[in-house]
Design a protein around this ligand. Structure first.
Ligand SMILES: [Zn+2]
Length: 225
């Protein structure tokens, strides 16, 4: 296993990424399946050409005011809602790449469940579709909901976590559609982000603000810097 890690580290060095190879994961023994062992990785690198091709004209329009060189492509191990180890993809501003690697590594080590971590481009850049799929994401060059002002997501400085259970709530509307049942935060339910939640504590400790604390609307999935 040590040999595998050193090879993985060498590959990352060659690729020029700021890589944090975590300790090798213990096999996850499932009740109905064979033990599985997957790569554990927390890495950040400049946007690879293959990822740029996915982003152009989708999350990254030609007239975007942020340079592609200011963004980073992250690969992040996480534990999904079934307790299975997965590796997700996320694009963020280079200014918060280190923060996100550390936060997601801490979430992984605590086995904090995350439904999925895929690029918004896999959903055609459609925030509603990504939220409806309960997908965790960061960069998307878009305006604030219902406004002309750019969202912090357009700068890659905001992250949405488990958005279906942690919706965007206005008095008149809950997004995504179908998530109204999770708008009542006095109720207790799995995957709820509140001030006792590990996700909340990790993001706040690194200087992010939480959309759940906003006054006029509440965006329980949203952390920004
Ligand atoms: Zn958000």
């Amino acid at each position: 296993m040590r040999k595998f890690l050193s090879i993985a580290a060498a590959v990352c060095l060659l690729a020029g990424c700021q890589c944090r190879q975590g300790s090798a994961p213990a096999p996850v023994v499932l009740s109905k399946a064979e033990p599985v062992s997957v790569e554990t990785v927390f890495s950040a690198e400049p946007i690879p050409a293959s990822v740029e091709a996915r982003m152009r004209g989708v999350s990254y329009p030609d007239d975007a005011e942020i340079k592609l060189s200011d963004l980073r492509y992250l690969r992040l191990s996480y534990v999904d809602f079934d307790g299975l180890e997965q590796v997700g993809e996320l694009v963020c501003n280079k200014a918060i790449a280190e923060d996100l690697m550390a936060i997601f590594q801490a979430l992984y080590e605590a086995r904090y469940p995350i439904r999925s971590i895929r690029l918004i481009d896999d959903f055609g850049g459609d925030d509603e579709a990504s939220m409806a799929a309960d997908n965790t994401s960061c960069f998307n060059y878009r305006r604030k909901t219902g406004m002309r002002e750019l969202s912090k997501h357009a700068l890659g400085l905001a992250v949405d976590i488990n958005p279906f259970e942690n919706p965007y709530v206005r008095p008149s509307r809950v997004r995504p559609a179908g998530a109204s049942v999770y708008a009542d935060r006095t109720k207790d339910f799995p995957h709820k982000i509140d001030k006792e939640d590990l996700c909340y504590k990790l993001f706040r400790a690194r200087g992010f603000s939480w959309g759940g604390s906003w006054r006029s609307v509440q965006d329980y999935q949203h952390f920004e810097k």
